[in-house]
Ligand binder design. Sequence first.
Ligand SMILES: Nc1ncnc2c1ncn2[C@@H]1O[C@H](COP(=O)(O)OP(=O)(O)OP(=O)(O)O)[C@@H](O)[C@H]1O
Length: 262
Amino acid sequence: MSVVLDLESVSIVRDGATLLDDVSWQVREGERWVVLGANGAGKTTLMQIAAAHLHPSKGRAEILGETLGRTDVFELRPRIGLASAATAERIPPGERIEDVVLTAAYAISGRWRERYDDMDEGRAADLLAAFGIKHLAGRRFGTLSEGERKRVQLARSMMTDPELVLLDEPAAGLDLGSRELLVRDLAGLAQDPTSPVLVLVTHHVEEIPPGFTHVLLLRDGKAVYSGPLNEGLTDANLTATFDVPLRVHHAADRWYAVLKMD
Ligand SMILES: Nc1ncnc2c1ncn2[C@@H]1O[C@H](COP(=O)(O)OP(=O)(O)OP(=O)(O)O)[C@@H](O)[C@H]1O
């Protein structure tokens, strides 16, 4: 299986702070990864590297066969779908949601004078339908609920038919019902063999959709564990990751974690 993401001893230093510290991480075709860690662990920083938006201060990052620093990132970025709080912030509130999805074709976040062909328009419409938001066509992004916005961002992340999709906290701010619907949809994506490689960042094991295969646990910029989900999500690893004693439970293809009380 070919390697989609290959990070070798990657460190990121900003203003004297080490955000990522000697992280090595390999993601292969067909895999679905969860990146789990406490606030400030470095998850978003890692996604910025994986999305070719940030270069390592030290180490080597190879994305879809291209080495950062030796490749044109503007050619690489359209091959990667990204949905994050930062990408959402860049979307003009007055933008119609069809255009929010469509403009991903040019990696921009506000429609201007670019031209789109019927295939692009058709794909954007299909993606709105696939994520259950076709009925919202015509609405302005700024008028949507948080759950609806997350779905629009998900659709946008898939617009270029990317080989790698990075979803940075797609369930943040969702109510229980909306979260569960999102988990169901992500499980559908994960279980579809034609889907791209998926990387999902979260704080909560409850948000891990069935079908995800691997986990990277981050703490203070360092990898605590990187490998198969079933082997990695242990009491000891979660406790080390979040620095509180945790008990993890796996039932009916979902994960749960609570504080150890004894
Ligand atoms: N320019 C910077 N200078 C110094 N520290 C920074 C800078 N940018 C980010 N950081 C710090 O790096 C750490 C990692 O940030 P990052 O956003 O990657 O964490 P995260 O795991 O995504 O956190 P969260 O779960 O809260 O979103 C944080 O402690 C943050 O304050």
